[in-house]
Ligand binder design. Structure first.
Ligand code: GLN
Length: 200
């Protein structure tokens, strides 16, 4: 059975656990390095990336997670999770660290501080069906991607049209929005399928 961990230090852990539980994978929270051994993949939830960064350090999870990423473990990050996967963060805190997984520059709180939360339609390459009603909450966007990064989704209309909000590099997937909050499980199922392909 495919087992997927959710980094459970901070953020909307429960929503990701519930979303994954509705797919055909098993989901469990991860707080300690040893718990990583029992999972095929990891989800990094939405939340607050500076706080998450601090807690990842305190729980001594940086090296174990980096090592698993280097060994090919699939990871999906939503919102703060996207920031944690980026190689470069703009408007971050100086002491903020991440996993340097996806070669991209993200800007924190990019959509403007006055707009804390909004929905916008997003189309995702490789995910069939209608456009996503993507929920953005103090979300980042992606300002630059490296050669190995595939852009999977952009905002399709409104003032933020064309902004990159979903990417994939190898086994790493990130979205600036929160599919775990909307009941639309297609991104989670896409990730579960990615994990199956990676571990087949
Ligand atoms: N603004 C948050 C951060 O910088 C991310 C917001 C979210 O995950 N909804 O980490």
């Amino acid at each position: 059975m495919t087992t997927i961990g959710v980094l459970a230090l901070q953020g909307d852990v429960r929503e990701h656990l519930l979303a994954l539980a509705s797919t055909d994978a098993l989901a469990r929270p991860i707080r300690r390095p040893a718990e990583l051994d029992d999972v095929d993949a990891l989800v990094i939830p939405g939340g607050e990336s500076t706080t998450m960064s601090k807690l990842v350090g305190e729980f001594e999870l940086y090296e174990p997670i980096r090592k698993r990423i280097a060994d090919g473990m699939p990871v999906y990050g939503s919102c703060a999770g996207m920031i944690m996967l980026a190689t470069e963060v703009l408007d971050g805190r100086p002491d903020q660290r991440g996993f340097d997984g996806i070669e991209m520059t993200v800007r924190r709180n990019a959509f403007g501080r006055q707009v804390d939360s909004f929905e916008a339609p997003v189309e995702i390459v490789g995910v069939p069906g209608p456009r996503f009603d993507a929920v953005f909450i103090r979300a980042p966007w992606v300002e630059r991607v490296g050669d190995g990064v595939r852009v999977l989704g952009r905002v399709t209309e409104g003032p933020a049209a064309d902004r990159i909000v979903a990417v994939r590099q190898g086994n790493l997937l990130a979205t600036a929005f929160h599919p775990e909050l909307t009941g639309d499980l297609r991104v989670h199922q896409y990730f579960v399928d990615m994990v199956r392909d990676a571990t087949a």
